[in-house]
Design a protein around this ligand. Structure first.
Ligand code: GMT
Length: 373
């Protein structure tokens, strides 16, 4: 099949998932055409079946806001016409689904029918899409898609509750390549991070308010008072300066390290003992799944799609949003007992295997095949 994939090229979960999907499909022999404004961060190296088409947005003094959606729709048309693309799969509704609708209409005038699959990822529905500034366009373009998928049951339900849907939404869970993440720790790296065998707690995100990273700091300060430990932060975003200040003022400031944006997450996960995700909302929590694939138990909140991924008292623990005491208690329970830690690590990996790339990617292929003969 010749598939066009549209996504955000950044470190966010939707872009990561879309890129990993494209790479997996290319490995299976399909031709994949990425259409984005930058090379996706997880798209490195050369692959015979992968093509990258950059959306350029020419500026003009009149434009206070360069018309990205227009440039994207035009690039979609151009890529489809010149590469025999048979289906467009857009990740994140805004503005990808509406740009796809526009491209579809332009091509229809030329007698070309291009099916559009829209995958909803989370904030395109829950935080941003629901806003009345966007919701009429999001509702219309979702309903005009030939198929809609959501990354968890929770996100599907949220979409039905908040938008006037005229179409069914298929749940296709996010996935992880367990083989890639289940790595042996690099001893030299572990020695640098925890020279005296301290336990390593990890948080990775785009440092947005919805992640409640101050709760990560609060949990760590309490844990650190009980057991020798280190906290690693991976990622970057608007909340980082505030979080850095909070850490600097905390009792455990010498035990916290900010690693910034990292491409080799598997090596960092391999040395970690617990992953903290105290978010206000997560439609799925791809970062938590990647942690579990590296046999790292997850301490998370119980909101959104998280209970579908992280099983309480099995692959980790779930707490109410903001319940720092409970998250701290749960972390200590895992970290202070080596037998328990081993058991939770094993369970985390078992749970991640249910979402292995080899189980999920065929679901997308089957969906595409309903539109392509
Ligand atoms: O979490 C973010 O702010 C990034 C966002 C994105 O669009 O990249 O993540 C959303 O999509 C991910 C991939 O499907 C999910 O794993 C995240 O849970 C989801 N974020 C939220 O729902 C807040």
């Amino acid at each position: 099949m010749n598939i066009g994939i549209v996504c955000y090229p950044t470190f966010g979960g939707s872009g990561v998932l879309a890129t990993e999907l494209g790479k997996a499909l290319a490995d299976k022999g399909h031709n994949i055409h990425f259409i984005t404004y930058q090379q996706p961060v997880r798209l490195s190296g050369f692959h015979t079946n992968i093509f990258y088409h950059e959306v350029r947005v020419p500026t003009y003094p009149l434009f206070d806001y360069p018309p990205y959606e227009t440039a994207l729709a035009s690039t979609m048309v151009d890529v489809i016409l010149n590469n025999d693309v048979q289906l467009l799969h857009v990740h994140y509704a805004i503005p990808h689904a509406s740009a796809a609708y526009m491209a579809k209409q332009i091509l229809a005038k030329q007698g070309i029918k291009i099916p559009v699959v829209t995958t909803l990822h989370g904030t395109d529905i829950t935080l941003v899409g629901r806003d009345k500034t966007y919701s009429p366009v999001v509702t219309f373009s979702m309903n005009e898609s030939d198929a809609i998928t959501a990354v968890s049951k929770n996100l599907r339900d949220e979409t039905f509750s908040n938008f006037k849907m005229e179409k069914d939404i298929q749940v296709i869970y996010n996935f992880v390549d367990v083989k890639r993440f289940n790595r042996k720790p690099i001893d030299a790296f572990k020695k640098v991070i925890s020279p005296n065998g301290e336990k390593i707690l990890l948080h990775a995100s785009n440092f947005r308010k919805v992640k409640r990273i101050d709760d990560v700091v609060k949990v760590f300060v309490k844990v650190n008072a009980e057991i020798p430990s280190k906290l690693l932060f991976v990622g970057d975003g608007p909340e980082r300066p505030y979080i850095e200040t909070l850490c600097r003022e905390s009792a455990a400031h010498n035990e916290i390290r900010f690693l910034g944006k990292q491409e080799q997450m598997e090596d960092i996960l391999a040395v970690s003992d617990v992953f903290l995700l105290p978010s206000e909302y997560e439609s799925f929590g791809l970062a938590a799944l990647e942690a579990m694939a590296a046999a790292v138990p997850v301490i998370s909140t119980n909101v959104g799609g998280l209970p579908e991924i992280n099983l309480n008292n099995y692959s980790g623990f779930l707490s109410k949003v903001g319940d720092v005491e409970d998250m701290c208690k749960n972390t200590l329970q895992i970290l202070s007992d080596e037998v328990k830690l081993k058991e939770f690590k094993h369970n985390a990996l078992q749970q991640a295997m249910k979402f292995d790339i080899n189980n999920i990617v065929p679901e997308y292929e089957a969906l595409y095949k309903t539109f392509i003969d």
